[in-house]
Design a protein around this ligand. Sequence first.
Ligand SMILES: [Zn+2]
Length: 89
Amino acid sequence: MHAHDAGQVAGVRCGHCNTRRFYKPAELREVIGNVTIDQVRKKIRCQQCGKREWMSAELFHACGEERQVMRFRRLKEIRWERRVVWVDE
Ligand SMILES: [Zn+2]
């Protein structure tokens, strides 16, 4: 996903909840890796209903006006949680 060039927006939609969210492609890349928007779609899950199969994702150019009213979902932090797994000998 080489979309860091000016104005690209990643639109992610859940057809089940009928919600649409906008992300900065660079931030998606940080979380998911350098993959195509199609692969992004396969990896994401709706935060509302938890389903994957209704998701769609697209990259598009937003014009200046559009961008000003657009509210992005920004990456706040990436937590690396430590999980401990025990196994008996
Ligand atoms: Zn949903």
